[in-house]
Design a protein around this ligand. Structure first.
Ligand SMILES: [Zn+2]
Length: 555
């Protein structure tokens, strides 16, 4: 996803509206804003975000979501079969479904279970203790009119320009529980999933996974069956229902399937040609596309786009840039379709490597924004990549840490995208050995694909691979608001410059390139003063701020 407007709800409007929909701003244009005011978590935040006893007592294995969607009534109903393994003996589990949708019945076999609803939570109670190590399956039957909410719609019943139904889900911020009952948190994913979506005969459903079959139900409805062969985030599960036409291609053994409205077909055939070099670029850096058995799809939708796993949705007007704008404002973004590259990049980081708590969402967004930079480097070269990456500086605010409080589902600020990418770019220059850096990012992906991790898992792995403790660097960039500042104090008569880091992390020690461009010296500042002999005058002494995202002061 791009942008996180839900933030304003939680930070009492301390943050200006998401820049994702506005022109890129230079620092001079960025409006000064009050520091964020923290708001105590509500009961709803805790129910949503806490990996509490009744979530932690079980491990998800499988969903079969089998629903009917009635466009005329803007209604959805059906059941989700949930299979899980108990990790502890217990008599209750926590599921989630928006309060406006009805739970019709919850069945264990033929036994109706008791359940209790609290806000958007469904507490399911079992008449006998479920035993640790055993696997159980329940059917949650539900129905109602899902809400159209949030930036992209949650679950939306729309019409296309010809007046045909165009219905879709896009609910990362709101939660999948906006339209179906599930264990709605980030830490635990099913291993695989089946989706059966019944819709009027004249419409097409495109969902995640491999297409299995469609079945005419004989009552004016057709059921579309899709099979997902991999772990999947709940919010990534999606329906896209419309008058779609299909065209396809392959990349080696990987099927590429494209679904657009009939009027978009020619534009799409031209624009979606960017999918192949995109996949090849990310294959190059990280290894093969993670969801080969499910294929890769691009599906036209009426909002900008979303990284639904193996079913990336696209609404970028079949034009380069982001909604026809130069996204980082330096002339590189118009060379490619931002939504194809960004949302598909999430297949590697976001969908394959996933964060275990929304607090660590930079693992999705910071990495995927960095993937854009890698795509630019692979396709257009290093100079463009450097420009494109540094173009992101104008979007960073440095007003609050990127990693937020755990357990309350508080979406981090947009810095997780732009500062996250600039941090990874900085880390590359800390490593200062590109073959080693490419091996590291490749190995990070390979180590953590199909897993849900926290920042500390990533830091531990990077430290092990590099044989260095970079924890204070990660902490300063991710867990502190301010950038590190390189303080330089010149004594031209003595021919010296004193230098140190001003940083919140006392142990912050990051090498940096300084002196003369093209003949950089590597300084190894810490938070204590050091002295360097130099013939370079204060005005001519440069710091490689295009390689290291830092502040510099000179006196
Ligand atoms: Zn994103």
């Amino acid at each position: 996803m791009l942008g996180a407007p839900i933030l304003v709800l939680l930070l009492a409007q301390a943050q200006p509206p998401a820049p994702a929909q506005s022109q890129p701003q230079s620092p001079a244009q960025a409006a000064p804003a009050a520091p964020p005011r923290l708001v105590a978590p509500t009961r709803a935040d805790i129910l949503r975000g806490e990996y509490g006893r009744y979530r932690a007592n079980n491990d998800l294995l499988y969903y079969h979501l089998d629903v009917r969607v009635d466009p005329a009534k803007k209604w959805i109903g059906g059941k989700n079969t949930i299979r899980f393994k108990m990790l502890k003996d217990d008599t209750r589990i926590q599921l989630d479904l928006y309060a406006n949708l009805n739970v019709d019945t919850v069945l264990l076999g033929t036994t109706a279970l008791k359940y209790e609803r609290e806000l958007n939570t469904v507490w399911v109670d079992f008449p006998e203790t479920l035993k640790a190590g055993r696997t159980y399956a329940i059917d949650v039957h539900y129905s109602g009119n899902p809400k159209e909410i949030g930036r992209f719609g949650g679950f939306a019943f729309k019409k296309d320009s010809e007046g045909n139904d165009w219905i879709y889900s896009s609910c990362e911020g709101e939660g999948a529980m906006v339209w179906w009952p599930n264990k709605d948190q980030w830490r635990d994913e099913v291993e695989r999933m089946d989706l059966s979506i019944s819709i009027p005969n004249d419409l097409v459903d495109v969902s995640n996974g491999a297409f299995v079959r469609k079945t005419d139900l004989g009552d004016g409805y057709t059921r579309w069956d899709w099979q997902i062969h991999y772990p999947i985030n709940n919010y990534s599960v999606s329906v896209n229902i419309g008058k779609y036409v299909h065209f396809g291609d392959t990349l080696g053994d990987l099927p590429l399937d494209f679904y657009v409205l009939p009027g978009s077909l020619e534009k799409a055939k031209r624009q979606f040609a960017q999918a192949k070099p995109m996949i090849e670029a990310f294959d190059h850096y990280f290894g093969e596309y993670p969801f080969a058995k499910d294929g890769y799809k691009l599906i036209e939708v009426p909002y900008s786009g979303m990284e639904h796993q193996s079913a990336v949705t696209y609404g970028n007007r079949f034009a380069n840039g982001y909604l026809e704008r130069d996204w980082t404002g330096v002339g590189v973004s118009p060379k490619f379709d931002f939504i194809i590259i960004h949302e598909s990049g999430h297949e590697w980081f976001g969908n394959a490597v996933s964060a275990a708590d929304v607090s660590d969402m930079w693992i999705h967004e910071g990495w995927t924004t960095y993937l854009e930079c890698l795509y630019v480097e692979q396709v257009f070269g290093y100079e463009d990549a450097l420009k494109y990456t540094n173009g992101y500086k104008a979007k960073v605010r440095n007003r609050e840490p990127i990693v937020t409080q755990r357990g309350i589902h508080r979406t981090p600020s947009q810095d997780m995208y732009f500062k996250g990418a600039l941090f990874l770019h900085t880390l590359r220059n800390v490593v200062n050995d590109d073959p080693r850096w490419w091996k590291l990012v490749h190995d990070v992906y390979q180590r953590f694909k199909y897993q849900n991790i926290l920042t500390e898992d990533l830091v531990r792995f990077v430290n092990e691979q590099l044989g260095q403790d970079l924890t204070p660097i990660f902490d300063q960039y991710l867990r502190r608001a301010d950038l590190p500042t390189l303080e330089l104090v010149f004594d031209e008569r003595e021919g010296t410059v004193a230098y140190r880091w001003k940083a919140d992390e006392r142990a912050f020690a990051m090498p940096v390139k300084a002196g003369r461009a093209g003949a950089w010296e590597i300084l190894k500042p810490t938070t204590d003063w050091k002295l360097l002999k130099t013939q370079i005058k204060k005005d001519e002494f440069e710091v490689a701020t295009d390689l290291f995202y830092i502040n510099v002061t000179k006196q």
